[in-house]
Design a protein around this ligand. Structure first.
Ligand code: UD1
Length: 420
């Protein structure tokens, strides 16, 4: 299993190119199931989760080609299996995103129910409830969601909570349904907007994406399209927290600053100098950060996917920060590892109180989930001495060549590859 070895204390200077967003690419790859023409995608990040999704689609009969790095062409004209097996779903919950497209185009789908996951229970009841409202007959059989419908029928659906992949699944199901579907309480994340933009290029009729009310008028069929995936706002935010914690001056190229409002506000509040242009963000820091409290909520508020990274920065800040995690019930697993580096953090339910210290001390720590891993890397960059981050397969699920990008801006970080 690979690990990262970091020697902390180096300031970060230079340029980093931001990759395409994992969370936009995953539903967009699944959207290729909605038609029989070629879908060509650019700015697809080279990540483990993307590989898993391609494998899942290939098992269903989708043909894929990668003519050059970052470009993927998919063709779903010869789909011969309507099943997502447990072996793949268990490694990536987002596999549930094939459910809506398969059902609406082929009238049937069998998708393994994702199990619990490290950061919380994460049920998919809202996906199921929404598809049932569109007229699907749904049963749970032998650990699979089995869904059938002749043709889905548009309906008004209000999910009990705001769900990102739930909104995506229902939007993809509705584009080929008969009549109008209205999704109330829809998620507003930029990744939803990116998916909607691809679907519209494919011939879908969608209005209101980016708001909490999305209206979709179903069409008979969709056609081929090509699309450039939006920049990864979480990757960009992670590098900015790294510069906030370790100091320095970095320029992020091919970024989407307009998707990062709440994160940039918090970084500015902590003392990071932020400048932005249409597709770049510069972050500079020449002192210890000031502690900044925050609460995670749905977009456009502060994202849960940045909670661990901004907490890592707060561990070396001046003052005390109160952090409240409102989205997932068990998303503080990085806290125990950060404490091993000397961080002072108290937890009470969904609230973490971080009292900043002058410097962390390097240690061997273990990554427990994707964003927790990123927080440990940030802590390692800011710490005195050597840090080893173990089990970085989590990191590889969502960050493209993270150690190479950080080395490019002067970090002392290497990957140690060990036979598993
Ligand atoms: C997506 C993101 C993930 C991010 C999360 C919240 C992808 C591939 N993943 O995950 O990185 O952390 O949004 O921004 O885009 N819930 C239910 N029932 C459901 C669906 C959700 O109870 O049917 C609950 C969840 O347990 C959670 C909350 O709703 O507490 C939000 O989850 P959701 O937005 O669905 O997260 P994901 O789409 O899985």
């Amino acid at each position: 299993m690979d690990k990262l070895s970091i020697t902390g204390g180096r300031r970060l200077h230079g340029e980093i190119t931001v990759s395409g967003a994992k969370n936009a690419a995953l539903p967009i790859l699944c959207a290729s199931l909605l038609c029989s023409d070629d879908i060509t995608l650019h700015n697809v990040p080279a990540l483990k989760d993307i590989g898993t999704t391609l494998k899942l689609l290939q098992q269903m009969g989708v043909r894929s080609q990668q003519p050059e790095a970052g470009t993927v062409t998919l063709n779903a004209s010869q789909v011969d299996s309507l099943e997502a097996p447990y072996e793949l779903v268990k490694t990536m919950r987002a596999s549930i995103l094939v459910l809506g497209p398969l059902l609406t185009r082929f009238g049937e789908a069998r998708v393994s129910l994702p199990g619990g996951c490290a950061i919380g229970q994460r049920p998919v009841d809202q996906h199921i409830k929404g598809l049932a409202a569109l007229g699907a007959e749904i049963r749970i059989e032998h650990g699979f969601v089995v869904a059938r419908a002749k043709r889905l029928k548009g309906a008004s659906i209000r999910t009990d909570m705001v769900t990102v992949t739930g909104t995506e699944n229902l939007m993809m199901a509705a584009v080929l349904a008969e009549g109008r579907t209205v999704l109330e309480n829809a998620a507003r994340e930029p990744e939803i907007t990116d998916l909607a933009e691809l679907l519209i290029k494919m011939g879908a009729r969608i209005e209101g994406h980016g708001t909490d009310r999305i209206a979709i008028d179903g069409v008979e069929r969709l056609h081929g399209a090509s699309h450039h995936i939006v920049a990864d706002r979480i990757e960009a935010g992670t590098f900015l927290c790294a510069v906030g914690a370790a100091g320095g001056d970095i320029m992020l190229r091919r970024a989407a600053p307009d998707t990062l409002g709440a994160v940039l506000d918090k970084l500015s509040e902590s003392g990071v100098t932020i400048e932005t242009g249409p597709d770049w963000i510069r972050g500079a820091m020449n002192r210890r950060p000031a502690a900044v409290g925050f609460r995670t909520y749905e977009y456009p508020a502060f994202p849960t996917d940045m909670q661990a990274q901004l907490m890592a920065m707060n561990t070396v800040a001046r003052g005390t920060a109160v952090i409240v995690e409102n989205i997932f019930e068990n998303r503080f697993m990085h806290v125990q590892e950060l404490r091993r580096m000397g961080a002072q953090i108290d937890i009470d339910g969904p609230t973490a109180v971080v009292t900043g210290i002058e410097a962390l001390s390097g240690a061997t720590v273990m990554a427990t989930d994707l964003r927790a891993s990123a927080s440990l890397v940030i802590a390692g960059l800011a710490a005195e001495g050597a840090t080893t981050v173990e089990r970085i397969y989590h990191l590889d699920r969502g960050y493209e060549r993270m150690e190479e990008k950080l080395r490019q801006v002067g970090a002392d970080i290497v990957r140690i590859t060990e036979a598993s």
